[in-house]
Design a protein around this ligand. Structure first.
Ligand code: ADP
Ligand code: ASP
Ligand code: MG
Length: 414
């Protein structure tokens, strides 16, 4: 008898019929003799609606308002967990619904983006041994102060993988609205191809660079605790994509996947005085304010006495970053500052980059052929990212997808 964790995303539990349908996947595992922990997201659209209510009253500025935000937005998952328990009862399957605080699943107190600190396995284990399915509300936990916390958008994936790790589950199945992880977001690139396997490391890069099919933190946990994760569709019965160790990949493509993100904004400081300590002077105060800077490029002007510094921050933090840059405290002198929210970051990812040369050059050539200007470039061992004008995002993704030979081969009728 094995323990399986199943997670159902928002579209898979969007209405009562879909919840009934999802409960069929649980019934199948039970019939096969397995124990099951089910993790559910809020019904599709519910979290967005709850966030919108909060924003009408208070943007996420203070710690106190973030705690209240969590109290509101965590409620969506509570509803679904109860409904799923009712759907299981309809099938004659005993279950118990759990909120994060009832487990308890404790987190730090970084409200709206909390991290799981501990999962008490005792109560759920007792319930499982009574033959009940545990139906857990995803995305939520409880802080040491006894306040409800949430794990950041998409956080139910993390709940599921964390539970799989804590309970030593044989597998963690992430049921969603696509039948696996694709070479690129299939909603944008129609020729995207489903991957049978993807390495933890590549998936981690893809997720953190914008492929929201899995929350980044869930991939990190899966990698650290060797959780066998499968991403699959709740609407058909085909096998999905497995996260695996790199050694398990039989052939390494040059590029495995392409990700994009519309969530960054560019800031350029023009004619900054060029002296030692300038970068520390700019990025120190931003770091102190908890603002994450992603891409950075610095150009020295012809005279060498001045430099232009361009960098990106999350769009949601642009106003705050600008305020810090302009406030002058510890900042080097500069003549002007420009910002642009109409940018997008495109990244090509693949462990094959370690052994293949020329992948960056091919990316730049492909974008040049489409007349797409590159604003900033950043690289790591297994990824290359470029910042471009947001208007060209789809064109760039499709062109790169074809250039790296990722397009699905159309099945020909004979
Ligand atoms: P859920 O509500 O089930 O958690 P999400 O919307 O969070 O579902 O994630 C699934 C979506 O992720 C897909 O509908 C797809 O548009 C998007 N996505 C982005 N990049 C990829 C990718 N590389 N492979 C598959 N899906 C992707
Ligand atoms: N319901 C939450 C969200 O929409 C968590 C999740 O779906 O994973 O972000
Ligand atoms: Mg999701």
């Amino acid at each position: 008898m094995a323990l399986i964790v199943q997670k159902f995303g928002g579209t898979s539990v969007a209405d009562i019929d879909r919840i009934r349908h999802a409960s069929g996947h649980t019934a199948r595992e039970i019939a096969a003799g397995n124990k099951v922990i089910v993790v559910v997201s809020a019904m599709a659209g519910v979290t967005n609606q709850l966030v919108e209510y909060c924003n009408q009253l208070s943007p996420l500025a203070t710690v106190e308002s973030r705690a209240h935000y969590d109290h509101v937005v965590a409620s969506g998952e509570q509803v679904t967990s109860g409904l799923m328990a009712l759907a299981l009862a309809e099938r004659g399957l005993p279950s118990r619904a759990w909120c994060g605080w009832q487990i308890p699943m404790t987190t730090d107190s970084a409200h709206s983006k909390a991290r799981i600190e501990h999962i008490d396995v005792r109560a759920i284990n007792e319930s499982l041994s009574r033959g009940e399915v545990a139906v857990v509300a995803g995305f939520q936990g409880i802080t040491a102060e006894g306040k409800i916390s949430t794990l950041g958008r998409g956080g139910s994936d993390t709940t599921a993988v964390a539970l799989a790790a804590a309970f030593g589950a044989e597998r963690c199945d992430i049921y969603t609205d696509v039948d696996g992880v694709y070479t690129c977001d299939p909603r944008i690139v129609k020729k995207a191809r489903k991957l049978d396997k993807v390495s933890y490391e590549e998936m981690l890069e893809m997720a953190s660079l914008g492929s929201k099919v899995l929350q980044t933190r869930s991939v990190e946990l899966a990698m650290n605790y060797h959780v066998r994760v499968q991403v699959l569709s709740s609407f058909d019965d085909k096998p999905g994509t497995f996260l695996v160790d790199e050694e398990e990949l039989v052939e390494q493509q040059r590029v495995t996947g392409i990700a994009y993100s519309r969530e960054e904004a560019r800031i350029t400081l023009v004619n900054v005085e060029n002296r030692p300590g300038v970068s520390a002077g700019i990025f120190g105060p931003l770091a102190d304010a908890g603002i994450n800077v992603d891409m950075i490029v610095q150009n020295v002007t012809e005279s060498g006495t001045q430099t232009d510094v361009t960098f990106t921050v999350a769009k949601t933090e642009l106003a705050r970053a600008l305020q810090i840059v302009k406030s002058g405290e510890g900042m080097p002198r500069f003549e002007n500052v420009h910002t642009d929210s109409g940018v997008a970051k495109i990244s090509v990812i693949g462990v094959g980059m370690r052994s293949h040369a020329g992948i960056a050059a091919e990316m730049f050539r492909t974008l040049a052929e489409k007349n797409i200007n590159i604003i900033v470039i950043s690289t790591s061992e297994i990824k290359i990212s470029v910042l471009i004008d947001e208007a060209y995002i789809e064109l760039a993704l499709r062109a790169l997808h074809t250039a790296y030979g990722l397009d699905a081969v159309e099945e020909k009728m004979v």
